[in-house]
Design a protein around this ligand. Structure first.
Ligand SMILES: O=C(O)CCC(=O)C(=O)O
Ligand SMILES: [Fe+2]
Length: 242
């Protein structure tokens, strides 16, 4: 990874996570939010605790992406900036080919999970609209601590993602840990003792009281899907031409 990204290392996460505040400008954020909101309603998948857009399309059952360009609003300026920083330089396609857009209302979240083997083990997340805390759990301790009531153990790390920031997670953090977002209306117990990227925050003042109220937060999560079928092969997938 390039020098600039090295300066953004989240030290306690030993080279597997990077955080850059102010990765996009306020104007860029506003434009992205407008684009997210202006897609036709059927583009959204409604889940019980968030809603989601999948670009350019959902993977097939065999975790294959049917090759298709990402829309330009997801490419420019974000993927151009990834290239400057070398974010996906070591990924097989050297650039992301898939983006999930997640929207969380206050009280919504995502259960601890791993993103899995369909992707090269690197995810780059741009946050829009409001801050949120991402909790990181060790896989094993999570299993040990999880009770029959489906509760989760204490997070091993907590990352505060400001609006307009970039978070990159890769390597062991991707493969050996789970990540999730609490279904909460406030993020609490904030401070240098609990937030592992505290020193890298663009602005600490809003969190120095120790908590922040949730507002609607949108994430753009960029990944490289390993298996890609070129359009020439698409008919085979659809059960058409031999
Ligand atoms: O919204 C986020 O930052 C996390 C989303 C996530 O974990 C996922 O889409 O797999
Ligand atoms: Fe995830």
């Amino acid at each position: 990874m390039s020098y600039d990204l090295d300066a953004a290392r989240i030290a306690p996460l030993s080279g597997d996570a990077f955080y850059i505040s102010d990765f996009i400008s306020e104007d860029e954020e506003a434009l992205l939010m407008q684009k997210v909101q202006s897609v036709p309603l059927p583009r959204w998948t409604h889940l019980s605790h968030r809603r989601l857009q999948t670009w350019p399309s959902a993977l097939t059952k065999s975790n294959t992406l049917l090759s298709s360009p990402l829309p330009s609003w997801l490419t420019n300026p974000i993927i151009h900036r990834f290239k400057e920083l070398g974010v996906f330089a070591n990924a097989p396609h050297t650039t992301p080919n898939h983006v999930l857009v997640n929207e969380y209302q206050p009280g919504q979240g995502i259960m601890p999970h791993e993103d899995g083997a369909a992707y090269y083990p690197l995810v780059a997340t741009v946050s829009l609209g409001a801050p949120i805390v991402l909790d990181i759990y060790e896989k094993d301790s999570h299993q040990l601590d999880a009770g029959a009531d489906d509760s989760h153990g204490k997070p091993r790390f907590r990352i505060l993602q400001e609006r307009r920031s970039l978070l990159v997670m890769r390597g062991k953090l991707y493969t050996d840990f789970l990540h999730g977002i609490a279904e909460s209306t406030r993020d609490e117990d904030l401070g240098p003792h609990s937030i592992c990227n505290w020193d890298l925050l663009g602005e600490k003042a809003p969190y120095e009281g120790g908590w922040v109220v949730r507002e609607t937060r949108t994430s753009l999560t960029y990944r490289d899907v390993l298996k890609v079928a070129k359009m020439g092969n698409t008919l085979k997938f659809l059960g058409g031409a031999k």
